[in-house]
Ligand binder design. Structure first.
Ligand code: ADP
Ligand code: MG
Length: 605
């Protein structure tokens, strides 16, 4: 029997290996740009033709290569970046495997021009399908220019596999974005078929994001910064109100290298949970700086995956960092209320987000006489010069909309008279309807109130103590040892919220007072619910504990659907909702209101 095993020629081996590294023009773009970065360039220009299918050129002003290196760089495992196995654990460069150029040369026609500063002239090499076709000297500026022509010229199967020019161009732009984002101090351009698509000037990360995604990002971004012992997180998140319906601006980097990481993505999504609707995606541009020894990046040839030594720690820090950024910022709703409804004073005040969140109160004018029939404006009726509505609804609209018709006491009558001059209707005893400039505003009373209470409780826990109401007959809450210790842990927050608790013995607590919002509620049941929910969402992060608690309280104590509201109550809910930091979404992620636009209405007739 003959021996049948042969060693493949290098050119064939390279071609096979190339399939792993270079799947499409964008992969070559990434490798060439990363090499330019590793070479210390401060300006990198990318030029493509036909979405990279016919030409990709990367021009850099980096360190350049000697004549020998220029020949060697096309060899498999030729790299200047590591020389021994230990180096693998301290990698700071983008490349290190020494296979990108070997791969590209195996499947394309490559022209390399390179010159080091210390050399008089540069070297030009033409390599086609791993074969050096030409070598000469060229006059040139220091730096390196790689020109890749006819990618996959000798692998027709691959070439045919490429997508449309638009699709391939999208991939290129995506790679360009990933590389340029984390190198804002370096200038970049991208020119496609003779047209300059990006001109990115050196600057900081925020300026780079604006350069890539548009100047409007100036207002959309929140800075995130968190330093911990082994991890440092820095970057930007997109404010909740600008969250998009499509996944897109989600950029994670580890030591400035783009990665995909579902688990860490979850940390961010989770941090945004109460802020953005379920069908929207948070945007972020975040770099996680870690000691290279704490990660293993070498698990996939295209290197967008990474293993962390302690991924739970990174998760917790990332989550807390994003939370902090969201919490520190007052996100204001962008809603333009209808001035003709005479409500502009209230709303504009409510929208000047510096206004502290008010505890629900019923603004009444003590001098207002409900029996005075004339329809003249009452000055100083409300803070800010309230003007009652001049166009009273025709007919008995209160009956029509299910308003209360039993005989009210005087205070109620005052309130009724007052509110009858406003534009608030309740539909199905669940939705509050009013007009805004752009159309009809429909607010879900339960979800809106949940948001209002949620933010109120968060503030109270930060030390602006909640008002408590003393119990005439203190009740005893008896717990098992586990729950008792949990309750004890939560005691400071509960007390800030207005609970007055006293430990009678190791497992029994006396409830001497409850938050005033909880008047008429079963305090024991409420506390049990709080304990249950904090067990389900048990976490070591103090901030998350508070969020859980505020969420449970808000869910339990908010006005339910199918509850009749007075118009004043409706107005208070709407006012307070739009004084919230994040008015758009309830803590459970559901939308608090919708606007039915005038255009939509027009379309229906
Ligand atoms: P790696 O980047 O993993 O080292 P590559 O095949 O991408 O492998 O590149 C091989 C070597 O060629 C690099 O290690 C570097 O020394 C050299 N090189 C590649 N591109 C450039 C460049 N733009 N400027 C200077 N040197 C370069
Ligand atoms: Mg490389």
């Amino acid at each position: 029997m003959l021996d049948i095993i042969k060693l493949l020629p290098d050119s064939v081996a390279n071609q096979i290996a190339a399939g792993e590294v270079i799947q499409r023009p964008a992969s070559a773009v990434k490798e060439l740009m990363e090499n330019a970065l590793d070479a210390g360039a401060t300006q990198i220009d990318l030029v493509v033709k036909d979405a990279g299918k016919s030409m990709i050129m990367v021009v850099d002003n980096g360190c350049g290569m000697s004549e020998t290196d220029a020949r060697l760089c096309f060899e498999r495992h030729a790299t200047s970046k590591i020389s021994k196995a230990e180096d693998l654990f301290a990698i700071r460069t983008m490349g290190f495997r020494g296979e990108a150029l070997a791969s590209i040369a195996a499947i394309a026609q490559v022209e390399l021009k390179t010159r080091r500063k210390e050399d008089e002239v540069g070297t030009k090499i033409i390599n086609e399908g791993s074969v050096v076709k030409e070598q000469s000297l060229v006059p040139m500026q220091p730096g390196t220019t790689f020109t890749i022509k006819n990618l996959f010229f000798n692998v027709p199967a691959r070439r045919n596999f490429l997508k449309s020019a638009q699709a391939e161009m999208r991939h290129i732009i995506e790679e360009f974005t990933r590389v340029t984002l984390m190198n804002p101090e370096i200038g970049f351009t991208l020119t496609s078929d003779g047209k300059e698509m990006y001109h990115l000037y050196p600057g900081n990360l925020k300026q780079r994001i604006m350069g890539l995604f548009g100047a409007s990002y100036d207002e959309k971004l929140l800075h995130v910064h968190q330093e911990a012992e082994r991890v440092c997180i820095d970057g930007y998140i997109v404010k909740a109100e600008y969250a998009k319906k499509t996944r897109g601006e989600q950029y994670f980097f580890v030591n400035r290298r783009f990665i995909k990481h579902a688990y860490l993505h979850h940390a961010i999504e989770n941090a945004f949970m109460e802020m953005i609707p379920k069908d929207s995606f948070p945007g972020y541009f975040l770099n996680i700086e870690v000691d290279p020894a704490d990660i293993d990046i070498n698990i996939h040839p295209t290197k967008t995956e990474v293993n962390f030594l302690d991924v739970k720690l990174v998760y917790a820090i990332l989550h807390a960092a994003v939370r902090k950024a969201i919490g520190q910022h007052n996100l204001s709703p962008m809603i333009d209320f209808d001035e003709s409804a005479d409500l502009n004073n209230d709303f504009s005040k409510a929208m000047g987000m510096s206004t502290p969140l008010a505890i629900p109160n019923v603004p009444l004018d003590p001098n207002f006489n409900p029996f005075r029939k004339e329809n003249t404006p009452h000055e100083s009726h409300r803070e800010g010069g309230y003007q009652p509505q001049r166009h009273e609804p025709q007919g008995d609209w209160r009956l029509l909309y299910g308003e209360r018709t039993d005989l009210p006491d005087e205070a109620t009558m005052v309130a009724e008279e007052h509110k009858s001059s406003c534009h608030y209707l309740q539909v199905n005893q669940s939705y509050i309807v009013t007009t805004v400039k752009s159309g009809l505003l429909v607010v879900d009373q339960h979800l809106a109130h949940m948001r209002v209470l949620f933010e109120k409780y968060l503030k109270e826990m930060e030390g602006h103590s909640g008002v408590s109401q003393q119990e005439l007959f203190p009740q005893a809450l008896t717990l098992n040892a586990n729950d008792a210790s949990l309750l004890k842990e939560m005691m400071p927050e509960l007390e800030n919220l207005g609970f007055v608790l006293e430990q009678a013995n190791p497992t029994t607590f006396m409830v001497n007072g409850t938050p005033s919002d909880a008047a008429g509620c079963d305090a024991i049941a409420l506390l049990e619910k709080i304990l249950d929910n904090s067990k389900i969402n048990r976490t070591d992060l103090q901030l998350d504990r508070k969020l859980n608690l505020a969420k449970t309280m808000a869910t339990q104590l908010s006005i339910k659907a199918q509850t009749k509201l007075s118009e004043l109550e409706m107005q208070n809910i709407v006012d307070q909702l739009f004084a919230c930091n994040v008015a758009e979404v309830a803590p459970n992620g559901k939308k608090t209101y919708v606007i039915v636009g005038v255009e939509e209405l027009e379309g229906r007739f």
